[in-house]
Design a protein around this ligand. Structure first.
Ligand code: AVI
Length: 322
């Protein structure tokens, strides 16, 4: 990137869009799918019959609630239940309800980058579980976890649900887990949702719904570039394309240019040329097997305590300690 332009790019979004679209092959990061509209589209995705992940994790938390609570409290230990990227907390509420009704000694601390999401969650918890001790924390995961760490020595149970780890490449996932591990004490636990390898057709369908909701979610990144960076992408000239490699377990999302075209993105002074059928890689959704999860844990200084699966072991929640 030229020095002068690099200096002019102020936000992380501007920098990453510039670098990703000036690169070959082109790429953009799926973390930019999520604005107000992207959040709504993702809610719709989670309610689609094809997107089995949400239902499977819901099943695990509903079917194994008592066992999970027992692992968390190990007897009668008090703990802080910290959730990274809590969102609307729909699945977590199963655990919260059980823990509250059975008088477990715990405090719920959801962390999210979106104050809006946290306010909504807090409001719903005040009516649904009025006796719950809840303290919302707005911020990035690690800054907030560090703050929580310095408070006192209470045991921490950290939740990272929804297969969010799957949106990271293996080296990034190791980095992420290592950073969490550094902030864990001896008794602390980490509870992570993993989508497991399964029939490739089922996985492809989950990311390729017939109603075009996933396509709209994928294209939302172009909508954001148009609005926030003064771009002129024509959404009709791109199609959503999903692949799944059953060997590596990687599902990949692309936006494919259906004809040659030139796009101007004024705010970052970038003109992008597309050949017909050229791609922008936008997301990976990694699927795992038990060996890969053990390998990830080893690399990150973590140890598997136990795991809970749905009836077919299509999806698993793993518990780690350091
Ligand atoms: C948030 N994340 C775990 C979702 C996934 O399954 O990778 C995002 C998503 N992308 C397309 N559909 C859902």
């Amino acid at each position: 990137m030229q020095e002068t332009i690099a200096r002019a790019l102020k936000t992380q979004f501007e920098k990453e869009v510039y670098e990703g679209l000036a690169d070959y092959p082109k790429h953009l990061s799926s973390k930019y799918f999520y604005d107000e509209k992207g959040d709504k589209l993702f809610q719709q995705i989670m309610n689609m019959p094809e997107y089995y992940l949400t239902g499977k994790e819901f099943e695990i938390l509903s079917e194994h609630t008592a066992e999970i609570a027992e692992v968390f409290a190990r007897g009668d230990q008090a703990f802080k239940l910290i959730e990274l990227g809590a969102g609307d907390g729909k699945k977590t509420k199963i655990l919260l309800k059980y823990l509250s009704e059975h008088n477990f000694r715990f405090k719920y601390q959801p962390i999210d980058i979106s104050q809006n999401a946290l306010n909504g969650l807090e409001k719903s918890l005040r009516t649904e579980l009025p006796n719950l001790d809840v303290e919302i924390r707005q911020g990035t995961y690690f800054e907030t976890l560090e703050e929580i760490n310095t408070e006192n020595g209470t045991k921490k149970v950290i939740l990272f649900l929804g297969s969010n780890i799957g949106n990271l490449l293996h080296p990034q996932a190791v980095e992420f887990l290592k950073s969490v591990q550094h902030l864990m004490n001896k008794d602390d636990l980490l509870f992570v949702g993993f989508d497991m390898k399964k029939n490739p057709a089922v996985i492809l369908d989950a990311y390729n719904d017939p109603n075009g909701i996933t396509a709209a979610f994928n294209k939302n990144i172009l909508v954001r570039i148009n609005r926030e960076l003064e771009g002129n992408f024509n959404l009709k000239k791109f199609r959503h394309w999903e692949t799944y490699n059953p060997e590596t377990g990687t599902a990949s999302s692309f936006l494919v240019a259906t004809q040659p075209q030139t796009v101007d993105i004024k705010k970052i002074s970038l003109t992008v040329h597309f050949r017909a059928w050229e791609t922008i890689h936008t997301e990976i959704s990694q699927k795992y097997d038990a060996d890969t999860i053990t390998w990830l844990a080893d690399k990150s200084g973590l140890e598997v305590v136990t795991a809970f699966g749905d009836a077919n072991d299509d999806y698993k929640d793993y518990v780690f300690r350091r």
